[in-house]
Design a protein around this ligand. Structure first.
Ligand SMILES: Cc1cc2nc3c(=O)[nH]c(=O)nc-3n(C[C@H](O)[C@H](O)[C@H](O)COP(=O)(O)OP(=O)(O)OC[C@H]3O[C@@H](n4cnc5c(N)ncnc54)[C@H](O)[C@@H]3O)c2cc1C
Length: 470
């Protein structure tokens, strides 16, 4: 028998670890208190939904999902011994905390003479395999991406058959939970946001729908939040409810079916985002300290502002900058935010409010359903001019211009900021130029801008110049 430890691979199809052990498979998921300490309701709700669908899928094939709660280092040897499993397999995770945990599990399994196999699954090209000619990890995305695109990609692997799974009646352990826990069993409140459905079926549907049509306009329209043409696969890729090879294969099929060069380029542009995901995975693997430290060092500390009132206005979507507020409210309502708007709100926090990126990252960690340490941190440090490839410190997004360029009809803004309902788009986009009387006439409940962008832009540049020692 073989125990497969599911972690960020909540699926049967296109799961390499699941196909690697000897004999019938017993799948297990462990609720680790250390991971729960870092969890938040939106992500946990998505995970529980996905685990329920994983369990049902195993049951429909005559097997079952074993669920346990506690330290994997203690539990996995006990579960392996209860079930008579000779091998334990898992797919590799590259973040700092996960690597420490996995090293500890490896050590204890080796001590008990239990064989283990760790498998390359979550990315196409593992960290450390795409490097400069000197063997160093790339610090600049463009070079990484070029090699990422050139390399061949593996095909998806089939799910296990019924015959590959241990029958449900043999899956018993006194160390397992009788049922999947609920959010409240785990000590969490229900999320305030509406969370998108977890599990493999919704993931496959999203992918199929996206590859049918939206992928062909992705290249031109992905930056416009009201046009909703992105895949919405991020929580699925985060929890592995869909395999990365399956995603790539579907995009390649779409490329084959494309009618024009523009459509083919659009597919490549989408694949480029998958490369960004692997670039940031590699950055975090190489520099686990980036979770709390700037990737890029400056001569002196950056003198960020401490401003609780401004931070709260940002979190509440009450800054008086319509595109920023729409994004922050989308986050509260859906535990999601469009990529362009994530860039805008992150730039606003760090360059207009001059607040440390770590405070924004912490809020995203709590609120995003797709929070992924590598991508979230990469996105924040890019916006804050402290990351790899970062936005140069002197290039500061103008939030009004961003709103006008990427939401010209203010459709996205009005969807999330109802106070601006009925206000003409040109008024919405010149909110910062109106006097109090005009603002009151158009939208009495919507605030005036809490800072002056032009002034803050200069202060931000000076703040970075001091940090550089200029
Ligand atoms: C400040 C900030 C924070 C972010 N936090 C996260 C996060 O916690 N989790 C997360 O998955 N993404 C994060 N991103 C990247 C990006 O915003 C999301 O991946 C994207 O919006 C998810 O929507 P989608 O699945 O429709 O994306 P699509 O545009 O359809 O992209 C497909 C997939 O490619 C990957 N991807 C797309 N853009 C990026 C990117 N810039 N960096 C890395 N991977 C990317 C994601 O896995 C995404 O699901 C962040 C970006 C910024 C600027």
């Amino acid at each position: 028998m073989h125990l497969h430890w599911h972690r960020r691979d909540i699926r049967l199809a296109d799961n390499r670890g699941l196909r690697t052990g000897n004999g019938a498979t017993v799948p297990v998921f462990v609720f680790d208190p250390v991971v729960l300490d870092h969890a938040a309701p939106p992500r946990l709700a998505f995970l529980l939904d996905s685990l329920e669908s994983l369990r049902d899928e195993y049951r429909s094939r005559g097997g079952d999902l074993l669920v346990a709660r506690g330290n994997p280092r203690v539990l996995l040897p006990k579960l392996a011994s209860d079930l008579g499993a000779e091998t334990v397999t898992w797919n590799r995770d590259y973040s700092g905390l996960a690597r420490q945990r996995d090293d500890a599990v490896r050590e204890v399994l080796a001590d008990r003479d239990i064989e283990f196999r760790t498998v390359h699954d979550a990315v196409h090209h593992e960290p450390g395999t795409i490097t400069t000619n000197d063997g160093d990890p790339y610090k600049v995305f463009t070079y990484f991406s070029r090699k990422w695109h050139e390399r061949g990609k593996d095909e998806p692997v089939d799910p296990p058959d019924e015959a590959d799974l241990a029958p449900a009646e043999q899956i018993r352990s006194e160390h397992a939970l009788a049922e999947l826990p609920t959010l409240s069993d785990l000590g969490f409140e229900q999320p305030e946001a509406t969370i998108q459905a977890g599990g493999t079926a919704p993931a496959r549907e999203l992918l199929a729908e996206f590859c049918e049509a939206d992928i062909y306009r992705y290249g031109q329209e992905r930056d416009y939040p009201a046009r909703a043409c992105t895949a919405r696969l991020s929580p699925h890729l985060r929890y592995g409810t869909i395999g990365i090879r399956a995603v790539y294969a579907a995009t390649e099929a779409a490329k084959q079916a494309a009618d024009t060069d523009t459509e083919r380029e659009s597919v490549t542009e989408f694949q480029d985002q998958l490369a960004w995901r692997e670039f940031y995975t590699q950055v975090l693997w190489d520099r686990p300290d980036v979770v709390t430290q700037n990737y890029k060092s400056y001569e002196h500390d950056i003198e960020w502002n401490e401003d609780e009132t401004a931070l709260q206005a940002w979190k509440d979507g009450m800054t008086g900058y319509p595109i920023v507020d729409a994004g922050m409210r989308q986050l509260r309502e859906e535990a999601f935010m469009h990529n362009r708007v994530r860039m805008i709100v992150a730039s606003f926090l760090t360059k207009d409010l001059l607040i440390d990126w770590r405070q924004g990252y912490e809020w995203f960690t709590e609120k995003l359903v797709d929070h992924d340490t590598a991508n979230d941190n990469g996105g924040w440090q890019w916006a804050a001019s402290t990351g790899t490839d970062a936005q140069p410190y002197f290039r500061v997004f103008n939030p009004m211009k961003q709103g006008k360029d990427y939401d010209p009809d203010a459709e996205y803004i009005r969807e999330y900021v109802p106070e601006l309902d009925g206000v003409p788009a040109d008024v919405v986009h010149s909110w910062h130029e109106l006097d109090d009387g005009a603002r009151h006439m158009h939208a009495p409940d919507y605030p005036a801008p809490i800072v002056d962008h032009s002034q803050r832009r200069e202060e931000a540049i000076e703040m970075f110049e001091r940090a550089r020692g200029d």
